[in-house]
Each structure stands twice: as C-alpha cells, then as structure tokens.
Design a protein around this ligand. Sequence first.
Ligand code: MLT
Length: 385
Amino acid sequence: MKFNDFFGNLPPSYVFAGLAVKKNLARKKWGDELIDLGIGDVRLPLFGCVADEMKKATDELTAASGFRGYPPASGYDFLKDAISADYAKLGITADRNEIFVNDGAKGELFALNSLMGGGSKIVFPTPCYPAGLEAAILHGNEPIFVRSDDNGAPIPPFGKQCDAIYLCSPSNPSGKAMNENELGLWVEYALSVGATIFFDGAYSDYVQGGGIKSIFLVPGSKKCAAEIRSFSKGYGFTGIRLGYVVVPQEQKELNDLRKRLSGCLDNGVSYVTQRGGAACFSEKGQAEMRKRVGYYKTNAAILKQALKAVGIKSADGNDSPYVYSECPGRFTDEAFCALLSDKAGVIATPGRGFYEQGGEFFRLSAFAPRKEILAASDRIRDLDI
Ligand code: MLT
C-alpha cells in the first residue's frame, strides 16, 4: 500500500495525544492530586432535560413501531428545525437544505477539506485550533499563516490569493471573539479573492459583549462562508458527539458537494443523540447552557486572577473557557508547562500545540469542577517563578 506522504508534514502526535502521555507521567508523582487543565474536555454532567429526552428516544427504539435504522445522511428534520429556530433568534435564515448534522467540528473540518482539490491555499490565523490545520495538511493543502495580535483579531492579508480561510471565533485558544467590523474585513477579503471561509463557531455559546455569535450576521457572508457549530462545549457533548455545519444555498456548488459528501462520509448521527441535541434548544436546555457557560467562564476568570498575581499576562479574550497566557520571561512553553506539571501538579497545553507563530504561550482549560480550579489557582499563586 502507498501511504499518504502528507502524514510526514504533521508532528508525530496530535497535541492532546502527546499531552496525555505527559499527564500519565505526571500522575506518577501527583496521583489523584494532579489537575488536568490541558485538553478542553468538559467535566460537568449532562443536563437532566437532555438525558431524559435521550432516554425517551431509546425507549421508542425498543418498540417495532418506534424503531429506526439508518438516520437521514444530513440529519433528522426535527433537529434541523430546532437549529433553524435557534438561528432565527439572531435574525438569520438557515433552511433544512443548508444544515448538515455531524458528529462534531473536528470531523467536519476534515470533511470540508476533502471538498477541495489538494494544493489549495488556506489562510490560518495563528494561534489556531490544530485539527483544522492538520486536516488541511493531510489533504495536501497549503497553510498560509497570519499571526493574530495577542489580544486582538487577526487581520486579513489583503492582496494575497487564497482558496479558503479558517477562522475560529471565539478563538481557541486565545478566547478572542471577533466583532462585526473585524469579521466584516474577513468577508470583504474572502469575496475579493474568491475564497471560502470555514467559520468555526464551536464556542459561540460563550459570546457575550462585543463579539458576534455567527458570521452570518455580517452582510455578504452567505456568499462566502460556511459555519460550523458544536454541542460539545456549551451542552457537554464531548463524549456524545454532535454538531452541524451550515452551508448557504448562495454557494450552490459548495452546498451540492457537501450534500453529496453526506452520502459517502458516514451513516449519520444516531437518533438518540439527535433527540438530545433538539432538547438542548428547549427553554430548559438553553437555561442550563447559560448557567454552565457562566460557570466555566467564572473558572477562567479565577485562573486569570491567579496568573496575574504571579505576574503572568493573559490574553483579553473573555468569551471563552480557555486562558491563553504568556510564559514568564526565561521559559519556553514546553519548559513552563513542565514546571507547572512538576511543581504545581497542573497540566497545561504549550502554545506550539496551537501552531503558535510568535512567542512562548500556554493554555489552561477552565472545564474543571470549581474545587480543582481553586486548588490549581492556589498552587499557581505559590509558584516561585
Ligand atoms: C481543545 O482545544 O482542547 C479541543 O477542543 C480538543 C480537541 O482537539 O478535540
């Protein structure tokens, strides 16, 4: 068999797989006292109203009359309608034939890359979520890196030709949520070079204040953007797996190809999962989500305070469950994460995992129970750095 040579262009392991190895080593010293703020995996349980709906759906499947086999390739209409209604609250139209239900953002980024012929040029503001970039590399596409300001939005490289653009807002890892003007510049750039924006809105539930929740609020965006959303971080679905992408009919060819891909990509997402997803949009589900997002954001604020107390500067992004910070002067990201692990028993992700292009940074995830966040904060305050 001839293997895909592009694997040679990837680091030896995905950042969080590499981190898991380091975490297991640190556990030998710290045992149960180890606090994992590395991978952004939610730790609080599923909402009761969502679980109840999934139980009901499972019960239905036990009767011949309620049994269902393969789901529709692009998702059940009941979930698409709930998604449309959610967009309608923002004044955005998203029709059933524009919504493709999937099992999360990572797979969707892979799927969208497979719609491009290899050799496409894709702009990636860095630091960036590694899965989108690695999907591009594996498909033989060429990344063009644009450095984001530490606290600001990335600026489009006007005049430079590209085929696609990956934007994540609020950004993983920096937490920056772009506002309408900032995203407007990207839409203008995409339209000027004929590129498609893959807008990763996995953290849209965390937007408050100045940022906007959807790129489709920007005039002209339906002609050039596809928007990816996820149930992982707002509704606790990292284990259950559910998301969707909206590909507007204004981009007919892209929409047609995405539809065609649904037929050969997989056999869709389970009925039980999609019923849980629809329950997320109920009044109760929305209230739970807002509470949960508030909890994780408070965690992030607590961590930021502790870092500040020892002189560590964090990115401004408040619309996020992550804290992205500069390493103290003499440390590389790897060295500082090793120190945090060894001296504080706290696992952090080095900035280079996000293809950081401009300095030494690290990311802390705030998806942990409050008790662990407070313990981690105390240990950080006690660090001698
Ligand atoms: C993270 O940034 O921690 C991610 O959401 C984990 C992943 O890559 O799936």
